[in-house]
Design a protein around this ligand. Sequence first.
Ligand SMILES: Cc1ncc(COP(=O)(O)O)c(C=O)c1O
Length: 525
Amino acid sequence: MQKSDLKIGDIILAKNPIIEDFSYNLLLVLDLRGNEILCTFINNHNNGLEITDDDLEEGKLGDKRIIEIRRLFTIHLNNCEKIARLKKDSLDKILRALTKYTSNIYFKVFHNKKPFKRIPASGKVLDEEDLFNLIDASLDMWLTAGRFAEEFEKEFPKFLGRRYCALVNSGSSANLIAISALTSYKLGESRLKPGDEVITVAAGFPTTITPIVQNGLIPVFVDVELGTYNINIEQLENAITEKTKAIFLAHTLGNPFHVDKVIEVAKKHDLWVIEDNCDALGSKYKGKFTGTFGDISTVSFYPAHHMTMGEGGAVLTDDPLLYEIMLSFRDWGRDCWCPPGKDNTCGKRFNWKLGNLPYGYDHKYIYSHLGYNLKATDFQAAVGLSQLKKLPNFMEKRKENFNMLYEGFKKEGLDKYFILPQWLIEAEPSWFGFILTIKDDAHFKRKDLLEYLERNGIGTRLLFAGNMIRQPAFTNNDIKYRVIGDLKNTDRIMINTFWIGVWPGINRDRLSSIIEIFKNFFISR
Ligand SMILES: Cc1ncc(COP(=O)(O)O)c(C=O)c1O
């Protein structure tokens, strides 16, 4: 047999048995090197990938066969005869399976259960499926958003119970799109205009607030409650003026805010509601996932979060017009909604007349908004899909870890020093962290405790910006905002609040040691 007669994907028959006492002699060609052929076995009983005659471009096998991707070996060119050839798609599946086999081995050796010395406040939990999904997306060499992004945008909203999802490159981008979308002229009189007010809180993550300012809108800060760290719902209506057009709130650290009341007030005053669900994926309010109540909701997939893509985020809505606008802001501001690599989804690419452009100007290059490019790649979406399968377990583990710390703190009397987390009776939080506020009469400073905890291997975090209006980004810039009352609790949070981890990578032993380390802090004083 000549080398030139053979190609990768050919099925050959070995003339002499390959392994003595083994009858298999049907092989798949995986590579050709000089007179050597790299092959794998095809048999009719072992585990592997099944093929039938439908997988063949040429020749026949008769019965269904199994490709054994785990037994590679070489034979000499003279010892074979070609009998069939696989179709490209079937070969693709087999080569991907082979890659998966080796990437699983790689994961086992280099990434499996790396012990960590410290107990970080947050972390990602990845497995071999996540690694392979990344590789799978690489094998496509598509690079931008593609088939994985499309699938994620279908599966993720299904999981939450929303209609539409735009995958983006971060939770901050999701927040930017959410608020920008509400400024669109396509919303007519309901659109947000510069100078309109958006009610929010100053205790939280900066990028819940910054897109309000970046869009020429005025954030109005209402104080929060200690314990829940959510908006003081009694003060919500006090913040409303005729300029108020939206409420933009996070479910702080996974703890659902008073959804019913927020929606009731929003309905009464005709306000948009945006839920920043970045820290609360999997939390429920009255049995329904948070992130499904607002006109728009956002999610972050940064590694600290409930599931990860490395960097990533999502903007969700049930409203088709808002969805169309969100996509426009995400994709350069364009009017066209074709995904990357596709043209003429609307069927009238050269038949539009918009703006002052001539009739027939290519729809791909018509811009209805001053947009951004905030798309995620297929690598991110691929990991997102494998992480999504594990999300219910991650959520469960976070709850378990939270409960163990909560019960442990109570049992050991640590609630003498700290305000423990509190949540609404209607809420089932999927916690981002275990949040504590040092009581006013405590005889120690947060700085001393956090330094002690960090020295003893417990990672700590503040409630992000503490009080955003005291941050240099606010004090050193001429930012217009309004404050309701004195933000007394927000300031207390800035001074006395912090959180530690409950992420799924922390096991029960680690949680017990956290409680011990806290106890020792007080014994030693
Ligand atoms: C409440 C909240 N919103 C938004 C974000 C921003 O998400 P990202 O880091 O993906 O930009 C975060 C980040 O942790 C957050 O905690």
